[in-house]
Design a protein around this ligand. Structure first.
Ligand SMILES: [Zn+2]
Length: 488
């Protein structure tokens, strides 16, 4: 079947899972770079993106073929993988664990060794550093840019009518890393920044005005920001009584950090649109999308996720572990990552959902989690999300001058401590807990209830079974040192 026939078929919805599998089987047994042009993959991926579970079996076949190509290309064109990857006639997911995982430290040491020699430099993006580590620079190639542009323009031509105006969007740039590449070829985007007063004011202005670009919608209908960026924008708009017309926005996508449920609800009520929450990282193209039904994330077909045991590093089918990702060729070409350890603690389960067979719950950076025993971890991010809604918790100033309430949007200040078998969470209040013991007691109770409501069952079960080992301690303001919120 040729590509045009596939796209036409898509229009007439005659594709079936069996026909899809046959189409994948018609591809060469072993794929080469010439076999995976955007004109070949875009029509196939249009099914995998819109109805992932329906075409799951075919997707597995296609991913295995692309994985084989990804690994062989890595071995052939990079100095690092040519040394560490064993020889195998044909690779598939079941053999993937024969390749050593790549952690961030090894990546820092082999930055040039993982670059594909047959690609042409296009641009460089980065991951933010930490106090101990410099930012990591991530090179992207012209080949990838071109590929993704073509891929998405073919994908869209099959999905929408060509005479429609293309969307006008707002994309947060300053914390945005590689997202220019992540969203290629879709309409026209204003690059904005929401970490400074002027950026928030400019963005509010863009949302209130009309524009006249040829072939592009006259009003901003898409927002793509960080969770914090959206929080600042929302605060500015509400504090200034600015109302966004009900039908203005078609989509809001947030990235960089999972959005707490309470904030999600507030944003969705105000902007009158569902928030799409993405798990993604600058290191690669593709990530995972939040699913309202599963309250977790399903991965894009462009990457292969794995779960590994936190102690042994062995692959796990389900449960709690570290997330390991392999982005697939040709979507990722220059900065080659095979079995990249994300450093994120996740719970993964099989589910019955039309958006994916597996759901991943992102619990926090492993480095900032507290390990109580082999099977019990407290994730810092999941705790921050759970207690975020409690207003009496102290937060650091955001540094803005345009807000009436200047520390409203930062994450609550808290610390997790392990003392032997005991787990203690110390939480800063906006007042000294000694000054109002009655109120403090109520706050302790709401922290406890929120944690029981939102933390994974492995954790809540332990909390309930070990009341003497779980402690919440309230602290007066300024009890903790400064800390880095972006690394939660
Ligand atoms: Zn789901």
């Amino acid at each position: 079947m040729d590509d045009q026939a596939l796209l036409t078929k898509k229009g007439h919805t005659t594709m079936t899972p069996d026909a899809f599998i046959s189409t994948i089987k018609e591809l060469p047994e072993t794929l080469e770079a010439k076999d995976v042009g955007s004109n070949i993959l875009a029509p196939l991926f249009s099914y995998l993106i819109t109805e992932p579970s329906k075409y799951h079996e075919g997707c597995e076949l296609l991913q295995n073929k692309l994985l084989d190509l990804t690994i062989k290309t890595a071995v052939e064109h990079t100095s690092y993988y040519s040394k560490v990857v064993p020889h195998l006639e044909i690779w598939d997911k079941t053999r993937l664990n024969e390749i050593p995982t790549l952690n961030k430290q090894t990546l820092y040491q082999n930055q040039s060794g993982i670059l594909s020699k047959v690609t042409t430099f296009g641009f460089v993006t980065f991951t933010t550093g930490t106090t101990k580590q410099a930012p990591l620079l991530i090179e992207r190639s012209q080949e990838e840019q071109l590929y993704l542009q073509n891929f998405f323009s073919i994908l869209q031509s099959g999905m929408s009518q060509s005479n429609m105006l293309k969307p006008l969007g707002i994309v947060e740039g300053s914390m945005n890393h590689g997202s220019v590449l992540r969203l290629p070829g879709i309409g026209y985007n204003f690059m904005i920044e929401l970490t400074k007063d002027y950026g928030v004011i400019r963005t509010a202005w863009l949302l209130q005005n009309g524009f006249n670009f040829n072939g592009i919608a006259p009003k901003v209908s898409q927002l793509n920001t960080t969770v914090m960026g959206l929080s600042y924008l929302h605060q500015y708009l509400t504090e200034n009584n600015i109302e966004i017309p009900e039908d203005q926005l078609n989509s809001i996508t947030v990235f960089g950090w999972p959005v707490p449920k309470s904030r999600r609800q507030k944003f969705e009520d105000y902007f009158n649109v569902k928030i799409s929450d993405n798990y993604s990282m600058s290191e690669m193209f593709g990530g995972a999308k939040y699913c309202h039904k599963c309250d977790g994330y399903h991965f894009d077909p462009f990457v292969i996720p794995e779960l590994i045991d936190l102690e042994t590093g062995e692959p796990l089918q389900e449960g709690t572990g570290e997330l390991v990702l392999t982005p697939l060729f040709p979507f990722t070409q220059r900065f080659v990552l095979l079995r990249y350890r994300t450093g994120d603690l996740v719970d993964a389960f099989r589910v019955n959902c039309d958006k994916g067979m597996m759901v991943y719950k992102i619990r926090g950076r492993l480095k900032r989690c507290v390990k109580m025993n082999k099977d019990l971890y407290f994730g810092e991010a999941e705790i921050a999300k759970a207690i975020d809604e409690i207003e009496e918790l102290n937060r650091a100033s955001t540094g803005f001058t345009i807000f009436a309430d200047n520390d409203k949007n930062n994450w609550p200040l808290f610390k997790m401590v392990k003392n032997g078998a005991q787990f203690e969470i110390l939480v800063e209040l906006k007042f000294d807990p000694q000054d109002n013991q009655m109120k403090s007691k109520e706050i302790s109770k709401s922290i406890y209830e929120k944690l029981l409501l939102e933390l994974p069952q492995s954790v809540t079960h332990w909390i309930q079974q070990h009341p003497d080992d779980f402690k919440i301690t309230l602290k007066p303001p300024h009890s903790f040192d400064k800390r880095d919120y972006w690394n939660l």
